[in-house]
Every structure is written in C-alpha cells, then in structure tokens.
Design a protein around this ligand. Structure first.
Ligand code: NDP
Length: 444
C-alpha cells in the first residue's frame, strides 16, 4: 500500500488552484515512496506532512509611482519553506505570471536543490507579479525600493538570503540592496548576485548556465560515454541561464544552434554568435528576433514550441516551467536527442519526463542540473562572512566540483533504490535524506 497518498491529498485540499505546486509535490512524493517504505519512523514523525507545508508565507502590498505620476500596486511574496539545514535561500522572480502557487512550487523544489549542493542552505522563494518589461530604469528602481521596504523585515544573513530569478538580475539586486542598506544601516550579505565591487562573487552571473553544462557533461560521460564535444545543442530562453549555458557549451566544444524568448526562436545552423545575443539581451534589453538583423543567414520563427523540432544531440530548456511538453519530447527523441538538462525550474511536463526516461535519454532534472546558481550564491555568502573574495578560477573550480558531486549523489541514490540512471528519483531522494535527517533530529 502506498504510504504517501494521504500527504498528496492533503496538499491538494489545502492549496486549491495551485497546479504547479501540486505538480512539483507529486513528482517528489512519488520518488519518495520507496524512502517512506524503508523509513516508516519518518512517516510517524510527520516528516512528509511537514515538508510539504511552508514554515512561513508572506504576502505584501508593493505600491510604487510610475513615470506618469500614477500609483501602481503589485503583490509581493516570500515563501520561507524549510530552514532545517540552513537559512532560507532562493531567488526572487518578477513576472506577471507570479502567484503564490508558482512561488510555492519554486520554494519546494529549492529545499531539495539546496540540500543537493552540500552547502548549509534552507529553501525559500519569492517575487512579485510586477512586469519589468518596458519599464524605465526609474520605474524599476522605485518598484525595487518599495518591494524591499517590506521584505527587509523578513530577511537577514542568518535568516533568509534571496537572490535573482526571472526578471531579477544585477540591476534589480542593486536597487534592492541599496534600499536594505539605507533602512538597516548595515553592510551585510543579505542578497546574493551582488555587484563585484560590493560583495558579489565572481562566476555568480555565469553559475547556473555553466553548472548545467558541468552536470550534463559528467552525466552523459558516465551514462553514455558522450560529451558536449562535437554535439549540436538547442537552448531555450535567452536570459541569464540560457546565455551562460550557451557560452559553456561552446567552450566545451559543442555548437548551440537555437535560442528563444517568450515571443519566438532563432535558428542559426552555423552556431549562435553569443556576442550578438549578449549585446541584444544584456545591453539593449531587446527581443531575440533582433538577432537576424545582424546574421541574415539565421531564421526567426514566432512561437516557442517549434524550437524543439530542431534536430539536436542535447537540449537545454532554460526559460520557464512547463515549456517542454510530451509532443516536444517525442520530437526530440525521434530526432536522436540523447541528453536533456533542465536549466530552468520544472521546464519539462510530467509527460515529457516520462518519455525521456522511457527512451533512455540522459535526463538532468532542474533541481540537480541547475543547482549551480544557488551553490555559487552559497559561495558568495561564504566570501561575505569572511569579508574576502576568491578568484574566478577558484570559484569556477568549486562550482564544477559541486556539480560533479551532485551528479554522483543523485546517481548513487538512484542505484541504491533500484532505479539506476534515473536522476529524477536520485535527486529527489538524495536531496530529501539530508533534510529529513535534520528535521527528525530537531523534533516536531
Ligand atoms: P531571465 O529573466 O534572465 O530569462 C528568462 C528567459 O526565459 C527569457 O528569455 C524569457 O523571455 C524567457 N521566458 C520567461 N517566461 C517565459 C514564458 N512564459 N514562455 C517562454 N519563455 C519565457 O531568467 P533566468 O535566465 O534567470 O531564469 C530562467 C529559468 O532558470 C527560470 O526557470 C529560473 O527559475 C531558472 N533558474 C535560474 C537561476 C538563476 O541563477 N538565474 C537559478 C536556477 C534556476 P522573455 O524575455 O520574452 O520573457
């Protein structure tokens, strides 16, 4: 008899209208059924009932004044999910689709991801339904200041240390950090992803994208004897994660031929020219469609799903949740794709994951494959505590080590529970064991 069915039923009952949260919890609980069978004392101690319920959920009003002098009101969130192995840690997302269910799914995933890094980091996530697209720098600044004027009372270097996510990069972190410093009159590491002259870490910007490639390179070598060298790769998105995943694929000898944004995708069979993408996205903050103006041999196609019809050896979905469905997974498999690494959080639907696993594709789930960002944030916190900075090479070497170790932990856990090479189960189990042990030791 299944031991965790009632936990899932309770999650659905208690959190109606939160499909992404249900999806994330369901996947983890299904993986953990074998762990529950082996450790019935954890069921008795309510570890599973407790881990699906956030320790704290904060929802707040974010009023700000736009360039026309009109007052705008957004909603801010911080979900502090689990602090049994360290202070809450997880990004802030600014996107119109943000609601409490999305933040909860991300915060829940973060518990296991942070545990997998081997660093003392708890799980949390936050954000707002604010849309940064098309806003002036002044509007972004006023919004970030207002957001922090409430968030500051809930965070701290030993309590909760947010970072960036979709719509939150170096600029937004800067405005929020400045506001925190004014209110609190202290210079401490309460956010990660900071600028290099004020407490930031080298490699943080590149970390998630680089980390996905380090993870997948190790996984593909170990499972299939393949690597990025000579591989054709499709990457979705064209934000922070996608750009630096592309950079690392190229450094490892592969060729990225496609990138996208929420409007459409570009295909450059000769290989994406990353300098052009960085200019368009990081400096000019324009749409990816601009790329074809600089490289007329490339094509631009409206709509996102078509990107998965491009023939490739490896696919790296790096945009957003549920962007790769069963139909897309089938196209990838039919075209000979042998590796899929999730740079984004939960980009593959459950149907897509099933197709990858059934067909022996090396599948790196987000909570393992994209943990390089939070791991490097952990290294930033470490440098802040020491008031010291490591070199690029030092941080990059630590990041690579962490990603290889995450692969090994997930792979060993999968094997131990009779699911060799299933990194979904492996990552969920390995991430869970450490947190459950801590929760059990610390009492109810
Ligand atoms: P960015 O805001 O830098 O980039 C997001 C990219 O995804 C943009 O190209 C954006 O296009 C696209 N995108 C956003 N929403 C949608 C949508 N609904 N449909 C299609 N495309 C969309 O974010 P990041 O690169 O930081 O984050 C990307 C993913 O990686 C997210 O899932 C995030 O949670 C995850 N992640 C990020 C980490 C980090 O360190 N930054 C760490 C771990 C995971 P457009 O401009 O059109 O919106």
């Amino acid at each position: 008899m299944k031991m965790l069915t009632s936990v899932m039923e309770q999650v659905i009952k208690r959190n109606p209208n939160e499909p992404e949260f249900h999806q994330a919890v369901k996947e983890v609980l299904e993986s953990l059924e074998v762990v529950a069978q082996k450790n019935p004392q954890w069921v008795k101690e309510g570890i599973f009932d407790r881990i699906v319920e956030p320790e704290r959920q904060i929802i707040f009003r974010v009023p700000w004044v736009d360039d026309n002098g009109d007052v705008q009101v957004n909603r801010g969130f911080r979900v502090q999910f689990n602090s049994s192995i360290g202070p809450y840690k997880g990004g802030l997302r600014f996107h119109p689709s943000v609601n409490v269910g999305i933040i909860k799914f991300l915060g829940f995933e973060q518990i296991f991801k942070n545990s997998l890094t081997g660093l003392p980091l708890g799980g949390g996530k936050g954000g707002s339904d604010f849309d940064p697209k098309g806003k002036s720098d002044g509007e972004i600044m006023r919004f970030c200041q207002s957001f922090m004027s409430e968030l500051y009372r809930h965070i701290g270097e030993s309590t909760d240390v947010p970072a960036g996510d979709i719509g939150v990069g170096g600029r937004e972190i800067g405005y929020m950090y400045g506001m925190y410093r004014k209110i609190r009159n202290e210079f401490t590491g309460i956010l990660t992803g900071k600028g290099l002259t004020w407490g930031g870490s080298l490699v943080r910007t590149e970390a998630t994208g680089y980390g996905v490639c380090y993870f997948m390179d190790e996984a593909m070598k170990s499972i299939k004897g393949k690597s990025f060298d000579g591989a054709t790769v499709v990457v979705s998105g064209s934000g922070n994660v996608a750009i630096y995943a592309t950079e690392k694929v190229h450094q490892l000898g592969g060729k990225v031929v496609a990138l996208s944004d929420s409007s459409g995708y570009i295909h450059d069979a000769e290989g994406i020219k990353l300098d052009t993408v960085k200019k368009i996205k990081e400096i000019e903050r324009k749409r990816i469609s601009e790329y074809v103006k600089y490289h007329p041999n490339a094509t631009y196609t409206e709509g996102c799903n078509g990107i998965w019809s491009i023939k490739c050896d490896v696919a790296l979905p790096c945009a957003t949740q549920n962007e790769l469905n069963g139909e897309a997974a089938k196209m990838l498999v039919d075209n000979g794709c042998y590796g899929v690494g999730e740079g984004a959080n939960m980009p593959s639907t459950p149907e897509a994951v099933e197709i990858f696993i059934k067909n022996g594709v090396v599948f790196g789930p987000g909570k393992a494959a994209n943990a390089g960002g939070v791991a490097t944030s952990g290294l930033e916190m470490c440098q802040n505590s020491m008031r010291y900075s490591w070199s690029f090479e030092e941080v990059d070497a630590k990041l690579k080590d962490i990603m290889v170790n995450i692969y090994k932990s997930a792979s060993e856990a999968a094997k131990e529970y009779g699911q060799e090479n299933n990194l979904v189960i492996g990552a969920n189990v390995a991430g869970f064991l450490k947190v459950a042990t801590a929760m059990s030791a610390q009492g109810v």
